[in-house]
Structures are given as structure tokens and as C-alpha cells.
Design a protein around this ligand. Structure first.
Ligand code: DC
Length: 223
């Protein structure tokens, strides 16, 4: 199910959780004046919607039905679901955990496909996720796979949580990170893996700005 060739440029940025790809993707989009797709937010919204409707996260048909008709809007940095501001709610660890579960269901992935592709609008798109370069925008000219060691990613998440006044355990975060990576990489549909033509960027020892510059340089080298 690959997209038809399109003249509208797409930069795909895939990678594991807390690799920094969301921040990098957003900054690249701002630098180029491109649209931005946070595809993980759609899986998080699907999980939250299922939880709110009391639908089991492994009930593929019902979760796919919800995913296909998500009453979600993105406005000025906020995310709304059926008129409720869920910007913070979708970032909760439990919802991320749920997102990883519903994302393993082929029917759910299929239900979200057209919605993701509709973000490809002029002058261009930066798409952040797990399968942007391998499935959703397989014809993109610029693909990046951003990664960092599980320890480095857990440490970044730990700092974010502490800064927000939450308590957290670094050991537990490393374990959660590894479990989620394993599930995202082992699933049969659209597993987390670099596209063969993706630039691999290991940000373990790299700051955000250097990663942004590396992605922009890669994009310009393809023009
Ligand atoms: O990027 P994130 O942490 O917001 O993503 C939440 C979950 O959604 C993650 O565990 C994997 C899944 N996901 C996916 O399977 N495919 C995508 N394109 C984006 C996210």
C-alpha cells in the first residue's frame, strides 16, 4: 500500500520513543515553512478514545472503527478530542503504552493511513513517526532514522518528567523504553525499522540543534 508519487516534498523522521525526533521534526518544519505531522499523536488519540469509550485495546474491529472517525483537531499547539483539550492527557505514560498496543493492530494502522497522507500539502511536510519512510510516505525523497541508546533516551524522558514536577525512576524508564521498543520493532505490520534509503542519525551524543542541522543538510543535498 505505497503512496502514488507526489511532487510535494516530504521529509520522514522515524525512530524509537524519546529519540528526540518530535522536537527535531517540528524545528525542521518551522525552518522550511513546511507542515508537520505528529503521527504518534493519532495513535495516542486512538488509545485515549478507546479508554474513554471502555473499548478493550485489543478489540481490533472496534478500535479501528474509533481510529477511522477520530473527532480530533490540532490547533495552536493544542490537541482536541470531541471538544475536550487532551494535549496533556495524550502524553501520559499509560496512554503511550496503550498507543503502542493499538498500533500493533493492522486494522487500526489501515484506518489511519489516509488521514496521515492528507497532511501532504504544499509547500511540503515533515512527518514524524515509526513507519513514515517505510509505509505511509514510502516515496519520500528525504528519509531520516533518528536513534539514541535506550539509556540516553530514558535520561531525556527522566529530565522532562522531573522538570514537570513528576517523580520518576530512571531504572524503570530504561526498562519501559526497552519493552516499548521491543513491541514496536517486533510487530508484524509496519515494524519500527529504518527504510533502506534512510539516513541513520545517532543522537546519543548530539544535541537537538546539531540534529536539526544534519536533517536540513540532508534535505538540501537531495534537491
Ligand atoms: O511517537 P509516540 O511516542 O507519540 O508514539 C506512540 C506510539 O504509537 C508508539 O509506541 C508507537 C506508535 N506509533 C506507530 O506505531 N506508528 C507511528 N507512525 C507513530 C507511532
Amino acid at each position: 500500500m505505497s503512496a502514488a508519487p507526489s511532487p510535494i516534498p516530504v521529509i520522514t523522521i522515524d525512530g524509537p520513543s524519546a529519540s528526540g525526533k518530535g522536537t527535531v521534526a517540528e524545528r525542521v518544519a518551522v525552518a522550511l515553512g513546511f507542515h508537520f505531522l505528529d503521527s504518534g499523536a493519532l495513535y495516542r488519540l486512538t488509545a485515549l478514545s478507546a479508554m474513554k469509550h471502555g473499548v478493550a485495546l485489543d478489540d481490533e474491529a472496534r478500535v479501528a472503527e474509533l481510529a477511522g472517525h477520530l473527532p480530533a483537531t490540532f490547533r495552536d499547539g493544542s490537541v482536541w478530542l470531541a471538544g475536550e483539550n487532551v494535549t496533556d492527557a495524550i502524553r501520559a505514560e499509560a496512554v503511550g503504552e496503550g498507543a503502542s498496543k493499538v498500533a500493533a493492530l493492522p486494522g487500526v494502522r489501515a484506518a489511519l493511513l489516509d488521514r496521515q497522507r492528507a497532511y501532504r500539502q504544499p509547500p511540503g511536510l515533515v512527518a514524524d513517526g515509526r513507519d513514515m519512510g517505510t509505509v505511509v510516505f514510502a516515496d519520500a525523497a528525504t528519509k531520516v532514522f533518528l536513534t539514541a541508546s535506550a539509556e540516553a533516551r530514558a535520561e531525556r524522558r527522566y529530565k522532562q518528567l522531573i522538570e514537570k514536577g513528576n517523580s520518576a525512576s530512571l531504572t524503570a524508564l530504561v526498562a519501559d523504553m526497552q519493552a516499548r521498543d521491543a513491541r514496536d520493532s517486533a510487530r508484524t505490520v509496519a515494524p519500527l525499522k529504518p527504510a533502506p534509503d534512510a539516513l541513520l542519525l545517532d543522537t546519543t551524543h548530539m544535541d537537538i540543534e546539531s540534529a536539526v542541522q544534519a536533517v536540513l543538510a540532508h534535505y538540501h543535498s537531495k534537491q
